[in-house]
Design a protein around this ligand. Sequence first.
Ligand SMILES: C[S@@+](CC[C@H](N)C(=O)[O-])C[C@H]1O[C@@H](n2cnc3c(N)ncnc32)[C@H](O)[C@@H]1O
Length: 469
Amino acid sequence: MPFQKRPRKPARPQKFGSHAKPPGKKLPTTETPDSKKKSRATVARFPGAWLWLVDEIIPTLVKSRYSPRESWKDKPFDAEDARFFSKGVGELSELFTDERPSELPDYFAHPKFRSSYLLYFLPLQAAKFVSLLDMHPEALDATLQHGDKSGTLNVIDLGAGPGTASLALIVKLLDRALALGRDVPKVEFDWYDTNGAILEDGKLIMEQLCGQFPKLRGRVTVRTHVMPWWKILGSLPKETSLVLMGNVLNENKRSMARTQGPASNEEDGLTRARSAEIESTRLWTELLARAKGGGILLVEPASRRSSQVLSGLRDQLFENQFIPAEATSLWGPCLHAGRCPLAEGRDWCHFSVPIDIPGKWFKNFSERLGSERQWAKFSYLWLASPSPHEGAPAPKPKAGLRRVVSDPLGGWQSKGPSEVLLCEPEQTVRMPVRAHEQIRRGDLVTPRKPAPNLTPKRFKKDQDEDWDD
Ligand SMILES: C[S@@+](CC[C@H](N)C(=O)[O-])C[C@H]1O[C@@H](n2cnc3c(N)ncnc32)[C@H](O)[C@@H]1O
């Protein structure tokens, strides 16, 4: 790799997100004094609507639909309710984290787990989408531009559950509209999930949220579809402004299999293709053909298995020319279109961003679980719209910029010089760092030459992150 001349000043990492531009205009936040104490600034800005969602609408809905006693249903959600529902939160957390089976049962069939998910996991996962929308503001712009141009912002949410990703999107769209003094375009959501009950809960939450804000009132439609996400072809809109998919691929082997394609269109590819591969080829072809605006955002847990599924899908899309082999085909996290160096093996591509998730009930459940959430951990792949005509490519990465894909090797406690891994096609490359530089996973840096006498330290293996991290 051609290393650049060592800069006089230490390489200052850019904020996690975009390829080329700094994040846009500062927006109002619900920052708490706690977040200021952290050594690194949080990435996500949670607008005011967030607190309505997580502290008012969700607890009220859960109480009215899931309280065991009629007499409780109309009273405000209180500490006694938190105690009651925390049992299910704990059990669901264990299902997700403790030697979880590769085939998860239909946990949403059980009211206890639907209510737990709504109260705790919905805010946790939605916060990751809020972070990603803030990390890639150009992708949100492209989504909005498509909505403005076509008159309707069409969003599909695959494995939507309670519409977690869509709810994160709507609070950010509202926030953007309020900051810019503009209207929210008409938004039409199509939510797909195998569990109808959780879709209905989410739809009610979305309706109640939109009812609170004049800019959203009457502007947002949710259509629900009870079906596996790979059967959507007959019901897809002609064009999508954004496709969202959160925490679905890791749920079962059949979902994973739909990322093993697309098979090559060459004869030998088709000969060896199994029916799932052929089906997934069709699926990805159709999805990509319709994906305009902000493209397709896939978010999965930070675990090695989930992350490497996304890396494998990315490589196949490039190698089989489903998307142009250019960095501009992706909003993130990659800055190149070569093979992912972390698609297999010991290390994997995942991120943890500092976060302070607002919401008193969320904090209450976090404390009960004994897990203060200071980091949002996830892996992701955000495909830009590949359409040659009306597509919105991601900005070209600045020459020389590299993504850091590890924390300092040897751990954060190490006082002396260390190294981090940088992402390059096919391989990772080590870059020396000094402790005070605070360079960490996800940062963008301009690399410098490794010191010849630096003893390489063994990469401290990250824990295979739990699902709910
Ligand atoms: C962990 S939840 C994630 C929900 C939501 N996307 C989020 O990020 O919070 C996984 C969801 O995927 C759904 N699901 C699992 N397998 C599916 C499939 N084959 N097709 C559609 N949805 C599926 C489950 O019913 C559940 O709602």
